[in-house]
Design a protein around this ligand. Structure first.
Ligand SMILES: [Ca+2]
Length: 109
């Protein structure tokens, strides 16, 4: 299977390729502006303004008005119901890792 071949990191990378196309190159995150500007690169040029806004809202887990790479990846997984169950395993592992890192950062502050 593809997931086994690539490993978790490779699979996630593959799925998140869109992030770099959509992000604001200066800020390193996806904003509504960069999404609007770059949507056509992913074939999303037909998305309406309110669809772009709701995509941002749905993906923006910490409500800072921008999508980080991790937030974008989570959104892509949620928008891709055909993805294998196995992908969820890798994503959860990556998320857990991310959360652990964040927790550690909190404690060290
Ligand atoms: Ca965010």
């Amino acid at each position: 299977m593809m997931a086994n071949k690539l490993g978790g990191e490779g699979l996630i990378k593959e799925l998140c390729n869109g992030f770099e196309l959509l992000m604001d190159k200066d800020k390193g995150v996806i904003t509504l502006d960069s999404l609007r500007k770059n949507a056509a690169l992913l074939g999303l040029q037909d998305m309406k303004e309110d669809e772009l806004v709701s995509m941002m809202n749905e993906g923006d887990l910490d409500r800072d008005g921008a999508l980080t790479q991790m937030e974008f990846c989570v959104l892509m997984f949620r928008l891709s119901p055909e993805l294998m169950e196995e992908s969820w395993f890798w994503l959860e592992e990556a998320l857990q890792h991310e959360l652990d890192n964040n927790n550690n950062n909190h404690f060290s502050l």
